[in-house]
Design a protein around this ligand. Structure first.
Ligand code: AMP
Ligand code: ZN
Length: 459
């Protein structure tokens, strides 16, 4: 198996440190608002990694944190705690927000056929470990106290910037005016924040009441569950320059050696070619997809079309094409079931295995899968080879395809179509026409056929 290591910028052969158990720390969700499809792309990438490890015969020990405190709005140490902000704006309790967003996160990942990690660790349940970590960094002279917190002193860690290959001197020269004059360098980052009164989540510490920084959370929980040296650490590409750089500084300042062997980063999902954002009105969740008639598997198949280190652009048309293609794939796979006319799974089965273990080349594996199932002839052996590679793909290829005429209309659309039928039956043609144009505005067209009125999505 090979994996691309961000640290070396190279594809490297991979075997776990102990030959069997692959320690994997995956940066988890910040649970202040429901995860969007961009977040889900990153967890799909981690799932393909996890499944490939299993496929290669290793046993993942997969740890994922849930960040329920301490992630500030600007990722470094400026702004407000995202949960505190969500609580203030919604007038809800941050604990209640965290609980409901976390629950929804796992409902979503389950629906995407993303396997659950062995260990799910909430930041708020590991505060003593974080305090111990920060205390040790202070003792070793890698941190200092200011009026608002404890900061990591990057001047004491010469390796700072090695993951993102930051040129610190160049950056320092152009650094923005520092908002916190007590910091020794603009790159120093908060390990612990002293809590203002209004900060709801706060804990006692040697430095008074406060809460942990986001970066120390992952270092402390990684150390706790995976130890001083472990195999793999993942996150989205945005985590590379700040969050993971800071984790490395904390880990290596404490231990005197690297904690993580292979760092892996998933590229971003774009929407209509650009960034996703609440204010841009293009931040979609799986629920938004469901409302337009797309199942989680359609999104999984859509993401499987791009390698995890490439950007992927989401559009409704592209998702629609993925849905069609996925349903065709199910049909093509099913056609082989129980057949005996000699079509061979080779050389495709071997090529698919190779692709899946070659830095998770999922798109290549799917391309080969298509070639295999479309060859002349039908055989159970081909069906079984498809299910074998599906252990990595996770596309539920044993599912029978939906009937071709199944419309899968979202509930509200079906209700409108029914209301129009009722209006027509009552000879209220004005109302029937009004509903028809309302449906059109929503992207659905009604056509009269021999079997009755059909409602079809047109965009
Ligand atoms: P957060 O909940 O903000 O901590 O993010 C959860 C995960 O989603 C992190 O690994 C991020 O790097 C990742 N992520 C955020 N936005 C995107 C995006 N547009 N595409 C892919 N991954 C993303
Ligand atoms: Zn993290």
């Amino acid at each position: 198996m090979t994996l691309f290591n961000t640290l070396t910028r190279e594809k490297e052969p991979f075997t776990p440190l102990d030959g069997k158990t692959a320690g994997l720390y995956a940066c988890g969700p910040t649970v202040y608002s429901p995860a969007h499809i961009g977040n889900m792309r990153t967890y799909l990438f981690v799932d393909w990694l996890r499944r490939a490890l299993l496929f290669a015969g290793f046993a993942p020990k997969h740890v994922m944190n849930v960040t329920d405190v301490g992630h500030l709005t600007d990722d470094a140490d400026g702004g407000e705690d995202k949960l505190q902000k969500a609580a203030r704006e919604s007038r809800l309790d941050p604990w209640a927000i965290a609980a409901s967003v976390t629950e929804r996160f796992f409902t979503d990942t389950d629906s995407l056929n993303i396997q659950r990690p062995e260990i799910i660790s909430k930041a708020t349940e590991h505060i003593p470990q974080m305090i111990a970590f920060v205390s040790a960094l202070l003792e070793k002279g890698h941190a200092y106290e200011t009026s608002d917190g404890i900061y990591f002193d990057i001047a004491t860690f010469p390796g700072y910037g090695k993951l993102s290959r930051l040129d610190l001197d160049a950056q320092q020269a152009g650094a923005r005016v520092e908002v916190n004059p007590e910091k020794r360098s603009p790159f120093d980052f908060a390990l612990w924040k002293k809590a203002p009164k209004e900060h709801i989540m706060q804990w006692e510490s040697p430095w008074g009441m406060g809460y942990p920084g986001w970066h120390i959370e992952c270092s402390a929980m990684g150390l706790q569950y995976l130890g001083e040296r472990f195999d793999l650490h993942t996150g989205g590409i945005d985590h590379l320059p700040v969050h993971h750089e800071n984790e490395i500084a904390q880990n290596e300042a404490l231990l005197g050696h690297p904690m993580v062997r292979v760092w892996m980063h998933g590229e971003f999902l774009l929407v209509d070619g650009g960034k996703m954002g609440k204010s841009l009105g293009n931040l979609y969740t799986l629920a938004d997809l469901a409302e337009r008639g797309f199942a989680p598997m359609h999104f999984r198949y859509f993401c499987a079309g791009a390698h995890y280190r490439s950007k992927l652009n989401f559009t409704w048309d592209a998702l629609d094409a993925a849905k069609t293609s996925y349903n065709r794939l199910l049909t093509a796979v099913q056609a082989h079931r129980g057949c005996t006319d000699g079509a061979s799974p080779e050389p495709y089965a071997a090529q698919m295995r190779e692709a899946a273990l070659d830095d998770l080349n999922i798109p290549k594996a799917i391309g080969t899968l298509w070639t295999m199932v479309k060859q002349p002839g039908r055989s159970q052996a081909v069906y079984e080879a498809a299910l074998e590679i599906d252990r990595v793909l996770g596309l539920r290829l044993d599912t029978p395809p939906p009937p071709a005429d199944e419309q899968e209309l979202p509930k509200d659309i079906q209700a409108l179509a029914d209301a129009r039928q009722a209006a027509k039956a009552a000879k209220n043609y004005a109302e029937a026409d009004r509903i028809r144009s309302e449906l059109k505005g929503l992207g659905y067209e009604l056509t009269d056929t021999k079997e009755g009125v059909q409602c079809k999505r047109i965009r």
